[in-house]
Design a protein around this ligand. Structure first.
Ligand SMILES: [Zn+2]
Length: 449
């Protein structure tokens, strides 16, 4: 039974907040709670209808696609089946970097700038419109409700946070308080910090945990080592996202916090792509995203085979993500989920894994603490961080012509601030960064943890 406060937040306060921000996630969420029960064929028909509407729109208002459709003789908005999507080229990070202005719609208003490191050490700066935000909020809200958690229920978010709080963040802090969301900055994992995280979670008694699997399992391990019980707080579910979830992490988090672990897959760039339901199915947000799996030649893989995840987000007319290459690999699940939802499912997402690094003083720190310094730099094609020892760290950069000559000095200062002033940080400009011997690209490697 939701508490009175939760009913007030989800029924009144949050809808008001969304209306003030010109989002319509409340109506969208209600719609999506109906459409999740549609049959697969009905969902496909809905996808095709929305795809045609998106293509017709971007063919008129987005210079990059207007030119492309003219050049290729594509009648935008007249596809007869979803497979015709294959007539369009992939959207890579390099294409977005080279055409950022031409990808903005001439009708876009209030675009927000974001960045991501992706899974491959290839940073990307991109834009998101209000329509897209509403859809992602609605999709996440629907998924939490699968687990009997609503907006307004106390929530503990274990996440990276910027060092300085700007004005925007103070507004967010007030909003978070009203919505009963509390942030634990997860970058620094010192003993003292871990103690304070355990205390904060015990005090908050959240209905839901949300965070990186690596960070949540780190906290779980610490609580267990200290003999501190965490399974008596009434936590309903631990939502994990942003990294690959390993079986041993799932088992540890679930055991220590006494709750199931729900895996989610998505990102700021590609959107809220898939989420696990209580029956275990990793359901796609099929109303909003079309997912294709392709082989190394860009051709669709056979059912049951692994392929790179290609995403078309249907709510992105302001800054389109059409056939966007994520670099992540998955297998499509052909089974039917026992929950009865018609939303198709992914299985075995072989996504990114983030290494921890260690400071000169021995504090374990999430690798994203360093990545955040790099990924917002314009004109950077790719990067790799190698921590050779507590005393020495190497940063490889592949820049473009527009890369700021002053950036390496700022990178060194930022790394020293996080790792310790005495640490030697060496920035090297290179032409390419080869993958590891395993063939997999790892963008952060520590030999010191
Ligand atoms: Zn299900």
């Amino acid at each position: 039974m939701p508490s009175l406060y939760t009913r007030f937040v989800s029924g009144a306060l949050f809808p008001l907040h969304e209306r003030l921000k010109h989002h319509d996630s409340v109506a969208l969420r209600k719609q999506m709670e109906r459409s999740q029960w549609l049959k697969p064929a009905e969902l496909e028909a809905l996808q095709l209808q929305r795809l045609n509407a998106l293509l017709a729109n971007v063919g008129r208002h987005v210079p990059y696609y207007r030119e492309l459709f003219t050049r290729e003789g594509i009648a935008a908005g007249e596809f007869k089946s979803l497979s015709e999507l294959q007539r369009l080229p992939f959207l890579t990070k390099a294409v977005i970097r080279a055409n950022t202005e031409a990808i903005k719609s001439d009708q876009a208003e209030g675009l927000a700038r974001f960045n991501t490191g992706g899974s491959s050490g290839e940073p990307l700066i991109f834009f998101i419109g209000k329509q897209r935000v509403s859809h992602d909020v609605a999709a996440k809200w629907r998924a939490t409700r699968w687990w009997d958690v609503d907006i307004g229920d106390p929530e503990m978010v274990v996440w990276g946070s910027p060092i300085e709080l700007g004005a925007q963040d103070r507004v967010k802090a007030i909003r978070d308080k009203l919505l009963r969301t509390e942030l634990l900055p997860a970058f620094e994992m010192s003993e003292a910090k871990l103690d304070s995280f355990v205390t904060a979670i015990r005090h908050k008694k959240p209905r839901m945990l949300f965070g990186y699997p690596s960070a949540l399992s780190h906290i779980a391990k610490h609580a267990r080592a200290k003999g501190q019980r965490m399974d008596d707080l009434g936590i309903k579910v631990a939502f994990v996202t942003s990294e690959r979830l390993y079986d041993e992490q799932r088992a540890l988090i679930s055991e220590v916090f006494g709750c199931p672990v729900a895996n989610g897959y998505g990102g700021r760039d590609a959107g809220f792509i898939a989420h696990q339901c209580p029956s275990g199915g990793m359901h796609l947000t099929a109303e909003d995203v079309i997912v294709e799996l392709v082989d190394k030649d860009g051709m669709p893989v056979a059912p049951g085979e692994a392929g790179e995840i290609i995403v078309t987000h249907l709510a992105t007319s302001d800054f389109p993500f059409i056939r966007y290459r994520t670099g992540d690999v998955a297998v499509m699940d052909t089974a039917q989920c026992p929950c009865g939802r018609g939303l198709p499912m992914l299985k075995e997402i072989q996504g990114r894994s983030t290494d921890f690094v260690i400071t000169a003083e021995g504090t374990v720190m999430h690798g994203l603490a360093l990545i955040y310094i790099l990924r917002d730099l314009p004109g950077l094609t790719s990067f790799k961080v190698v921590q050779h020892s507590r005393e020495r760290c190497e940063v490889l950069l592949v820049p473009e012509a527009s890369f700021d000559a002053g950036a390496p000095a700022r990178i060194i200062a930022g790394f020293k601030k996080r790792l310790g002033e005495q640490v030697e940080v060496e920035v090297k400009i290179v032409d390419t960064i080869p993958p590891e011997k395993s063939g997999k690209f790892r963008y952060i490697i520590s030999h010191a943890v």
